[in-house]
Ligand binder design. Sequence first.
Ligand SMILES: *[C@@H]1O[C@H](CO)[C@@H](O)[C@H](O)[C@H]1NC(C)=O
Ligand SMILES: *[C@@H]1O[C@H](CO)[C@@H](O)[C@H](O)[C@H]1NC(C)=O
Ligand SMILES: *[C@@H]1O[C@H](CO)[C@@H](O)[C@H](O)[C@H]1NC(C)=O
Ligand SMILES: *[C@@H]1O[C@H](CO)[C@@H](O)[C@H](O)[C@H]1NC(C)=O
Length: 469
Amino acid sequence: HDAYSNIKWGHPRWNTIPYTVAFQGRFNIHPFCFPVFLCPQHQNGMYGLHQGVHHFNSFDGVQSLPLLLGQANIRTGIIGKKHVGPGPVYPFDFAYTEENNSVLQVGRNITRIKLLVRKFFQTQRKEEEERPFFLYVAFHDTHRCGHSQPQYGAFCEKFGNGQSGMGRIPDWKPEYYTPDQVKVPQFVPDTPVARADLAAQYTTVSRLDQGIGLVLAELREAGYENDTLVIYSSDNGIPFPNGRTNLYGSGTAEPMLVSSPEHRERWGGTSQAYVSLLDITPTLLDWFSIPYPSYFLLGTPTTPVSLTGRSLLPALVSEPSPAAWHTVYASQSLHEVTMYYPMRSIHQGAYRLLHNLHYRMPFPIDQDFYVSPTFQDLLNNTLTGQPTGWFKTLQQYYYRDRWELFDLRSDPEEAVNLAGDPALAPVLESLRDRLLKWQWDTGDPWVCGPDAVLEDKLEPHCRPLYNGL
Ligand SMILES: *[C@@H]1O[C@H](CO)[C@@H](O)[C@H](O)[C@H]1NC(C)=O
Ligand SMILES: *[C@@H]1O[C@H](CO)[C@@H](O)[C@H](O)[C@H]1NC(C)=O
Ligand SMILES: *[C@@H]1O[C@H](CO)[C@@H](O)[C@H](O)[C@H]1NC(C)=O
Ligand SMILES: *[C@@H]1O[C@H](CO)[C@@H](O)[C@H](O)[C@H]1NC(C)=O
């Protein structure tokens, strides 16, 4: 969660697993975990966060990954953060989540996580007839903490560090960093406050990283290392300005590591293929040889739900042709219930195009990001007219253009919007068409916005509003 997209590959823990392929054309879709494994939020109905007052749930008819696996007699387990609902749509045989545990314990206490993984494998072994399994371990690190448990620090980096009042996590050797040691991503303001904030997050990276090591050791101990597909990814960028809740690269680029004992061809290799979380369900169904059922959801009464992702397994055998694996999409409508800001984007080859549907509204700020030292510092500096150390102004961040087009070769920072550049008009048009096609294919209720209304009787079509947009 909120994973360390700013930490480079080749982290020591991963070097111990020989059979890994890292995807570098990595990408991902907000918001959050399970529903996106299947189809984008505008299709599954879970338009924002699930928990608390936000209370979003996906449609009752969604054929989720754990549901399909359960029907195929695969044992399912979840440890850590769940944040999806309703319950019956996401059934697990073994569940230790924030629904009935402390999220600090099941999501950040790596000793507790280790023991739960062990328990899952012990009960697996006890089964009369051993079934294949699917275990989802959802770390809460490296999420922010300042809004919910500030006593443990801005990232809960003190939780379990053995200091007075912080408790101890026996398996964790905290790694500490000074503000001058951190690498400030280009999209984060380079100030002493932001550096200290990043250093705190780095400490939780050490907890996450050591936790992954423990989970993999349990897998080995249980004797499953040579018949288990391991996938590591995250669901959004770091919770810093321009990061999480944005569809820029800084909000969506994620680690994606896939480790297969069955696909030896590219062990230790790197792929340039563009992949997304929408590929997880097709990959797992492929791994278990389960077909995807044909069914309909409310939003798409005429078209069956189709998976727009694809199995990653072929990419473990040989590098896919760049022309075939060079497009990924992203979709967000809300984060918290108050944060309505629908956006759609396409990343194809060198270009990223974003559609900010309600661009005349200020971009919304989430509660835990608001209280973060980095954002408070940015607000204070902006208010007092001090240098912010940031590559854009707060005004630019709040008020965006409707269309944003970036050439990632010359502008990896996504600082220069080329949507108005006449030389790129054909690129803009082609990307816009592709994005719209994907929206139609995935039954996006926002497909006609913001200047038309979708009428879906008989043949779905857009009726103009003449609202000047
Ligand atoms: C915790 O919740 C899950 C459902 O999410 C349920 O299967 C499990 O039995 C619950 N465990 C306890 C101890 O209540
Ligand atoms: C972490 O979990 C272990 C095992 O359940 C427990 O002994 C330890 O006290 C927990 N640490 C914290 C900080 O809660
Ligand atoms: C897995 O494969 C490795 C390398 O071939 C071997 O050393 C190890 O013993 C195997 N583990 C099991 C549980 O079979
Ligand atoms: C921002 O300003 C407020 C009010 O002056 C102050 O309390 C707070 O400490 C400042 N925060 C940062 C991060 O500078």
